[in-house]
Design a protein around this ligand. Structure first.
Ligand SMILES: Nc1ncnc2c1ncn2[C@@H]1O[C@H](COP(=O)(O)OP(=O)(O)OP(=O)(O)O)[C@@H](O)[C@H]1O
Ligand SMILES: [Mg+2]
Length: 252
């Protein structure tokens, strides 16, 4: 039996009258990469954003069902959302560093979460930038503005910012779609390294990328989970005709 880090159980979500997620159930394993694929508008970002309660901010959102993380319901009223977002970090499609120095981008989270003295935070910044494969490129310019970095470097900085508070789960919403092929390859390599220590969920439009980086794959259509299985199985022997059609480019 495979272990489960996040158990999504009969999750439904509405934005006003729009029923966006329909009875979605899936078990996300720890220390693995789970990809979410599906046509535009099928609810991939919404599903990701429900896991760290980002949709709470959207007026008219209604949710039912459960998302259990290590036995606790993420969706419960009693969940401390700030603490949850520390445990479940997120990186978006477009790099969005803070308009601050490279150093401050990483030091900010650990500081507000009281993760050590100034010297411990300095060590953490270095450690995190090393983990994000960025240290060598920025070590001599830590106090430059983050916007002086290239797009691919900014995205690795955002990964580092996410890692700096020691999350357990990392949500990636098309993190490579704004990157050139080389930066994208470096990010994929990083994802491969990080899965040893984290649970990673990635939304990607790029099927080759899903095939390369993920261990498990979920296929969503019109808010329904059509299929969830090991990636090799999804790509070689999908059980559902809709998955097969999507993968062969018949729609999406
Ligand atoms: N903030 C919002 N308010 C109202 N409706 C929303 C909001 N965000 C998304 N939706 C709707 O929810 C549905 C799912 O959107 P979502 O962004 O999750 O799709 P997606 O699968 O991520 O698509 P894409 O591949 O284009 O990013 C769509 O019908 C969309 O219009
Ligand atoms: Mg999306």
């Amino acid at each position: 039996m495979t272990q489960t880090k996040l158990a999504v159980d009969k999750l439904n979500l509405w934005f006003g009258d729009n029923h966006v997620l329909k009875d979605v159930s899936l078990s996300v394993p720890p220390n693995a990469v789970t990809a979410i694929m599906g046509p535009s508008g099928c609810g991939k970002s919404t599903l990701l954003r429900t896991i760290n309660r980002m949709n709470d901010l959207i007026l008219g959102t209604r949710v039912n069902g459960r998302i259990m993380m290590d036995g606790e319901d993420v969706l419960a009223d009693s969940t401390d959302v700030i603490e949850l977002r520390k445990r479940v970090g997120m990186v978006f499609q477009k790099p969005n560093p803070f308009p601050k120095s490279i150093y401050e981008n990483i030091a900010f989270g650990p500081r507000i979460h009281h993760l050590g003295s100034p010297s411990e935070i300095a060590e953490r910044v270095e450690r995190t930038l090393i983990a994000a494969n960025l240290w060598d490129e920025v070590k001599d310019r830590l106090h430059d503005n983050a916007f002086s970095l290239s797009g691919g470097q900014q995205q690795r900085l955002c990964m580092a910012r996410c890692l700096s508070v020691e999350p357990e789960v990392i949500l990636l919403d098309e993190p490579a779609s704004a990157l050139d092929p080389l930066s994208s390859a470096r990010l994929e390599e990083l994802i491969g390294q990080l899965k040893k220590n984290y649970t990673i969920i990635i939304v990607t439009h790029n099927m080759q990328q899903a095939a390369r980086v993920s261990d498990w794959c979920a296929f969503l259509m019109l808010g329904e989970l059509v299929e969830f299985d090991r990636t090799d199985r999804i790509f070689t022997k999908p059980r559902d005709k809709r998955t097969e059609d999507f993968l062969s480019g018949r729609f999406g």
